[in-house]
Design a protein around this ligand. Structure first.
Ligand SMILES: Nc1ncnc2c1ncn2[C@@H]1O[C@H](COP(=O)(O)OP(=O)(O)O)[C@@H](O)[C@H]1O
Ligand SMILES: [Mg+2]
Length: 489
């Protein structure tokens, strides 16, 4: 089988791969969208967390400023320095909580608010330490009362600033929460779309596989089953350019070659069984025929009596002997005495012998051979084949007909054709000419072409006939120039 199946024809494999890749890509895209969105949602939620922590830190800082004021008020009520050490510890915690609050905010507006809170807490602490504590030490109750009110005002302002900060943070937290919600909705839509497309693509792929592969495999299976039950004419019609079409083509070639082999096998078996019977009969007939011919010869030597009848007996007995000889030829295994011979020369010898016997009459026989056509073959048997074919041509043409013999060779094959302008043959006759005993002639044996065919096959060659009724016949003999294997018929 010719190797025209190039790798580029592995289309089914490529198509399946591409289809699976598309489905996988869609599932992959769905997964990627899901992962990216989850990542974004996590980001938005962590922002919400951060704002909650900042709000909490703001409340803590405001409460601490109030705590700082409560300890200042404690000192004012006590009007002594007994509570000062405790106050200092609280003031330190207040500073720390404001520093911590600063770490939780990032927008310039919020940073500005935290700075204001820090400045107010610092100012409050400084006024307490630098103005109130010395006034208490001096026992100046009037100044202390004024300063106490001022200190309380700071607390109110810090609470107000924290409220503003809280509102800012709450607004941003809300935005982040809404964004997370939006992302969740979007992710749901995209996931549904991607998975929906992937499922549709998978369903489409399944349908396509069924149509292009399962259905076609079913055709192959039907064809194989028909051949399996002996229908060697079964052929698979698969169109397209893919592996299955290639397979169908190979299958058809296999079925055709199987049919050819089977025909050849049947023919060989038939020849073998005909040969066995024929050889036995021919052998037994040979002896009495020789005796008849011997006595006929003796009687014909005596002149006068029944000369015509004796000639007829002699002719018919010789024809019988020829039939016997041909039968033996057909039955005997063709052991070839192979030598290097020139087909053109053999053709010339065959023509000359036929001419000598007068078989060619007035027919115009032309031998065309541009040069020697050398083959390894059995000279005697090939000459017999050529003589048989040329004699058939002579018998099919009128007594002035034309027979052209052409012999030529290529590097590995030699071809000899015999063309005549005779009666030709119908397709039915054409199909049976190699059958033993098939003849259309009144005195034919029907063995000439059967024997020629067997001899040519024993040489590993081919004998073929092209003809149409009334338009002459072309018999073509093809032989390998180097005989590799010699098989008995
Ligand atoms: N050149 C030819 N032209 C027409 N018919 C032919 C030719 N050669 C063979 N045939 C046909 O093939 C038949 C078988 O030929 P063959 O085997 O030589 O047997 P026979 O010559 O004894 O009939 C012939 O009877 C004839 O019908
Ligand atoms: Mg013949």
């Amino acid at each position: 089988m010719s190797d025209k199946r190039s790798p580029s024809r592995s289309t089914i494999g490529r198509r399946i791969l591409a289809a699976f890749a598309a489905v996988l890509a869609l599932f992959g895209a769905a997964l990627a969208v899901e992962l990216v969105t989850l990542h974004k949602i996590a980001g938005a939620e962590s922002e919400v967390d951060r704002f909650d922590h900042a709000k909490h830190a703001g409340h803590l800082a405001a409460a601490q400023v109030r705590e700082q004021y409560i300890h200042q008020a404690h000192t004012l009520i006590e009007f002594g320095d007994g509570h000062l050490a405790h106050y200092r510890a609280v003031a330190t915690v207040t500073r720390q909580s404001i520093t911590s609050l600063r770490g939780h905010v990032d927008s310039p507006a919020d940073i500005e608010l935290v700075d204001q809170i820090a400045r107010l807490a610092e100012e409050n602490d400084r006024e307490f330490r630098e103005l109130v504590v010395p006034a208490i030490a001096r026992g100046d109750r009037g100044a202390v009362a004024d300063l106490g009110e001022k200190l309380e005002e700071v607390v109110d302002r810090v609470v107000a600033l924290n409220g503003q900060l809280n509102a800012n943070l709450e607004a941003r937290s809300m935005t982040a929460r809404e964004r997370a919600e939006q992302l969740r909705d979007q992710s749901l839509v995209w996931t549904i779309v991607c998975f929906g497309l992937a499922i549709a693509a998978a369903a489409g792929l399944g349908w396509w596989l069924r149509r292009t592969i399962v259905g076609r495999v079913e055709s192959l299976r039907r064809g194989a089953r028909r051949v399996g039950v002996g229908d060697l004419d079964a052929r698979i019609e698969l169109h397209g350019h893919d592996e299955l079409a290639d397979l169908a083509e190979s299958f058809n070639q296999m079925a055709a070659s199987l049919a050819r082999e089977q025909t050849a096998l049947v023919r060989a078996h038939r020849l073998a069984s005909i040969g066995q019977v024929a050889a036995g009969v021919a052998h037994e007939l040979n002896n009495p025929l020789t005796v008849i011919l011997g006595y006929t010869k003796l009687l014909r030597a005596v002149p006068g009596v029944h000369a015509d009848e004796l000639r007829i007996i002699d002719d018919e007995a010789r024809l019988c002997q020829q039939i016997v000889q041909e039968l033996l030829d057909l039955a005997r295994p063709h052991r070839l005495a192979v030598e290097r011979v020139d087909l053109a020369l053999l053709a010339r010898e065959a023509i000359d012998r036929l001419a000598d016997t007068g078989a060619l009459r007035e027919r115009h026989v032309q031998l065309l051979a541009p040069g020697p056509v050398v083959v390894s073959a059995d000279a005697g048997k090939l000459r017999q084949v050529i003589a048989n074919v040329v004699l058939n041509a002579a018998e099919a043409t009128t007594s002035t007909g034309t027979i052209i013999i052409d012999a030529r060779a290529t590097a590995d094959q030699a071809t000899l054709t015999v063309t005549d302008d005779g009666s030709g043959m119908s397709p039915e006759v054409r199909d049976q000419v190699f059958e033993p005993f098939f003849t259309t002639k009144a005195h034919g044996t029907g063995l000439g072409l059967a024997i020629a065919h067997a001899i040519v096959e024993a040489h590993g060659g081919r004998l073929s006939i092209a003809s149409s009724g009334g338009a002459g016949t072309l018999v073509s003999l093809q032989l390998p120039t180097l005989l590799r294997e010699v098989s008995p018929p």
